[in-house]
Design a protein around this ligand. Structure first.
Ligand SMILES: O=c1ccn([C@H]2C[C@H](O)[C@@H](COP(=O)(O)O)O2)c(=O)[nH]1
Ligand SMILES: [Zn+2]
Length: 203
């Protein structure tokens, strides 16, 4: 080939040069925000699904969480509504916030100096946990609650405690995992065909 690429390095049909590093891999911050949002997909909250992902200085994920009911408090029995006149019939007294769960789910002894990626700007209760855990930077996606008292309090505390907070909008508009397009389960032509299963003999 004239471009110096050996025939053997070009994947059949796709024209992809498989001898070179991929260029379109996920960058770290997009990856961490996507992990937060993937985690949020586990939430049963009908209104706001929040996810959080904590990473250390080596870019290792050390805690993940989403908003959900505490252990032992069935998410089929506890309320998900928020409009009841009775506060005990609303979700807010019960739901563990995503940041809280990510911190409590940590797989390391210390979170000092770690960063947290969250779907929503943290409320004041999560802000306190973030500060006390030693997390030093917060990357949030949504600022929809920015002007609520909780978030104003969060900013007051973060500013006082020297916690950096930055809105992070991923560089890609979409990150799709489409299992239909992943055909790794197809047996490669180069491999031997699968050996037929032996017929069972009755014993
Ligand atoms: O910092 C936060 C703030 C809120 N959440 C959770 C708690 C609830 O499950 C929802 C908020 O519900 P709304 O119906 O949008 O009021 O978000 C959280 O995880 N972290
Ligand atoms: Zn919170």
């Amino acid at each position: 080939m004239s471009n110096g690429v050996k025939n053997g390095d070009m994947e059949a049909f796709s024209g992809k040069d498989v001898s070179k590093k991929r260029e379109d891999y996920l960058n770290w911050p997009d990856y961490f925000m996507a992990v937060a949002f993937l985690s949020a997909m586990r939430s049963k909250d009908p209104c706001s699904q929040v996810g959080a992902c904590i990473v250390n200085a080596q870019n290792k994920v050390v805690g993940i969480g989403y908003n959900g009911m505490p252990f032992g408090c069935s998410d089929d029995d506890f309320p998900w509504g928020k409009e009841s006149d009775s506060k005990v019939e609303n979700k807010y007294f019960y739901v563990c916030h995503a940041e809280m769960n990510a911190i409590l789910n940590k797989i390391v002894g210390e979170l000092r100096g770690c960063h947290i990626y969250v779907a929503m700007f943290p409320c004041n209760e999560c802000a306190k946990l973030i500060i006390q855990s030693g997390i030093s930077e917060v990357y949030y996606f949504s600022n929809k609650n920015w002007n609520k008292d909780e978030c104003i309090a969060t900013r007051k505390m973060f500013d006082a405690a020297g916690i950096k907070y930055t809105q992070y909008i991923p560089t890609r508009r979409q990150i799709v995992i489409d299992f239909d397009t992943i055909d790794w389960n197809k047996v490669s032509q180069a491999q031997d065909p699968p050996t037929p299963k032996k017929k069972r003999t009755s014993s």
